[in-house]
Design a protein around this ligand. Structure first.
Ligand code: C5P
Length: 229
């Protein structure tokens, strides 16, 4: 399937405390977003990349990916992740059959993962990277003490990329109102709410989301030592 990829990179990165947008923070020698742009550009199915960046940060984003990927458009993102996806979606060419949405905060994405998702897409409107929950889950009460142990059977952690048949993703966003764009935390959740079946696809490789300085150090190690693509 001919695919476009949206990289959402408009987050502030306040929790990382690096003093610049998270997507531009260096990881193993490259701006974080460049790792995702490179992997998507190296995926044979992906023919177009659109990036949502912090408003006013278009030139810095272009500089960060130059030499790593041909980018179709860089657009100002919105005040929530899903508003950033909506802004990028407008710039995706009409004729693609599949659209992937990926967080710049997950630099360990590989062409193998991208191809694995797209390969399952013709028979399902949505396929997302996700991993079964390995930890025992606790629900905390207000005091910080454990209130309950949650059964983890059947629970998965959703990741990105999330791949969609193009008309499915466009339909979901055409139907969404402001409240949903402010509150939803991923595209798959918006699709599920409309009855779209969403397949889970285990990357079978680390695909961590960089949120804290500790995550950043781990990503440095994993990207710096050469991964299995
Ligand atoms: O904040 P968090 O790490 O959960 O954000 C997930 C992804 O969404 C990041 O890649 C971030 O850059 C992006 N994002 C965005 N626009 C926002 C907020 C987050 O593109 N307003």
């Amino acid at each position: 399937m001919r695919a476009a990829a949206i990289i959402v990179a408009a987050g502030s990165g306040d929790r990382l405390g690096a003093g610049l947008p998270k997507a531009l923070v260096p990881v193993a020698g490259l701006p974080m977003v460049a790792w995702s742009a490179r992997a998507l550009a190296a995926s044979p199915e992906v023919e177009c990349i659109v990036i949502a960046c912090p408003p006013g940060g278009e030139a810095a984003m272009a500089a960060a990916v130059t030499g790593h990927a041909e980018v179709h458009a860089i657009v100002p993102g919105g005040s929530s992740r899903q508003r950033s996806v909506a802004a990028a979606l407008v710039a995706v060419p009409e004729d693609v059959e599949a659209i992937l949405v990926h967080d710049a905060a997950r630099p360990l994405i590989t062409p193998r993962l991208v191809s694995g998702l797209i390969a399952r897409l013709p028979s399902s409107p949505a396929v997302i990277a996700a991993a079964p929950v390995a930890d025992t889950l606790k629900r905390a009460g207000d005091s910080g003490a454990v209130e309950a142990t949650v059964d983890r059977a059947g629970l998965w952690g959703a990741q990105t990329p999330q791949a969609f048949q193009a008309q499915t993703l466009r339909g979901v966003f055409a139907d969404a109102d402001d409240a949903e764009l402010d509150s939803a935390t991923d595209c798959a959740g918006m699709a599920e709410r409309r009855g779209v079946p969403v397949l889970l696809h285990d990357p079978d490789a680390p695909n961590l989301k960089v949120t804290t300085q500790a995550d950043l150090r781990l990503a440095e190690v994993l990207l710096g030592t050469g991964r299995i693509a």
